[in-house]
Design a protein around this ligand. Structure first.
Ligand code: I3P
Length: 128
């Protein structure tokens, strides 16, 4: 049988290293604090892990390490946001609860893949 034959394990869509900063919490602006984050897109959530060195796609399994934080993508909004940073390849993710994150990569193709994959999940949730 497949690893998810009971349908209870959310599908791992994507995982990788991105630069991340939270810029708002509940609509309240925060001071930027960029740091590398291991980002995992699983089911309806984007999950952030603090220690990228201990994380690899093959070692990641639900429950085997504690996420730093997690974002519910239902109703979220995604926008390219190169106007919000001196860095290149930046997009902004805004949750329904008014939390805002910037995510960034030096690699053009990589950030485009992340943008498209997250947008696809948001679109899927919008249709539900
Ligand atoms: C911030 C830091 C950030 C920078 C931000 C600065 O200074 O240099 O990297 O964001 O710019 O304010 P500090 O470390 O003193 O908080 P970017 O790298 O995204 O440009 P900003 O204030 O224009 O957002």
């Amino acid at each position: 049988s497949s690893p998810d034959s009971d349908g209870c394990t959310p599908e791992l869509e994507k995982a990788g290293l991105l630069n991340k900063t939270k810029i708002a919490e509940g609509g309240r602006k925060l001071r930027k604090n960029w740091s590398p984050s291991w980002v995992v897109l699983v089911g309806n959530s984007l999950v952030f892990f603090k220690d990228p060195k201990s994380q690899t796609p093959s070692s990641w399994k639900p429950g085997n390490s504690r996420p730093e934080s997690s974002v519910d993508l239902r109703g979220a909004q995604l926008h390219w946001a190169n106007n919000l940073s001196s860095k290149k390849n930046v997009f902004k993710l805004r949750t329904v609860t008014g939390n805002e994150f910037l995510l960034q990569s030096e690699t053009d193709s990589l950030i485009k893949e992340w943008y498209n994959t997250i947008q696809n999940v948001i679109d899927r949730l919008d249709r539900e």
